[in-house]
Ligand binder design. Sequence first.
Ligand code: ZN
Length: 394
Amino acid sequence: MSEVRLADVVRWLERRYPPRTAESWDAVGLVAGDPAQPVRRVLLAVDPVAAVADEALAWGADLLVTHHPLLLRPVHSVAATTFKGALLHRLVRGGVGLYAAHTNADAATGGVADALADVLGLVDTEPLVPVPAEPLDKHVVFVPVDAVERLVDALAAAGAGAIGAYARCAWVTSGAGTFTPGPGAQPAVGSVGRAEQVAEARVEMVAPRRLRRTVVAAMRAAHPYEEPAFDVLELAAWPGATGTGRVGRLAEPQSLQAFARRVAAALPATPQGIRYAGDPAGLVTRVAVVGGSGDSLFDAVRAADVDAYVTSDLRHHPASELRERALHEGQGRPYLVDTAHFASEWPWLARAARDLEADAAAAGLTVETRVSTLRTDPWTGHVPSDEDPLPGHA
Ligand SMILES: [Zn+2]
């Protein structure tokens, strides 16, 4: 059996978490490592911190895959005198590659948002903010009936007519085309100065917009006419199956307090625990989730008409205003459920590890994976407040 190379693992990761789906400000992909180096062991973790590097080195990992990028903001030195440089030096010296899948992993099917929705038991999930599906054109070409098959073949070879698992999809209708070749024309049918009528077909095929020039060039090359008649129509943008966050429902409604307990039980324990905002007895059925910091998505959450929103890093003002607005507008929803940032992203690691092993197996290869059990939440302690809500004001 041949060895797995780092380049193979990168290819498998980027098929599941395409880098082009990352946010424009993000920095994802291979941070350190030689694509030709063999990879037998892959450690997965939320954060590229020193303790995780220790774990990778101690286990003999060849690659560390993290959710958060080590080098999100530009650096001008990776000298071992800096904490990031020191970490990189240790990984490189130990032969451990580093790879980050961040907002591309958030958006993906089987990514961070999907994994969070799954561990909370949400069903019928869809993206909270869908990434638009790939923009499409429709190519409409008028061609003599006897040239239809050749034209469809040529357009399909150029990338048109692919719909899901189907290839060479086309719609063909027939009619009559009429034209009068002018002086200087070299008509494939008819002669100069005489009105001609030809049995023609209208061929319609869709193609990714990025292939527009290739498809039109293939059409011109395959078409018997000197001046083919054709239209290129831009199809409406359509929501895709991936995107930020997920919205789904619980199989059975439960109270906000019970739901918050469910969240606590499903996620790794952190000093913060789970905070919630809203009536503890209020019923929760429809839920939105966003792994990591989610208070920039409040507009989308309100539009999704959910009972509760599970995310992390909720700050006083956005949270307070969302709750005031919810109460003012009548229903008191959405309730908020706030987790530690690390906790809401951690469930993805097990899924990513499983998927990576499956991708290797599908290629007839093997990689051993391990999910880091280190809690990389920066908070280390929690003291519950006193019962007296405002000490000194009894
Ligand atoms: Zn995060």
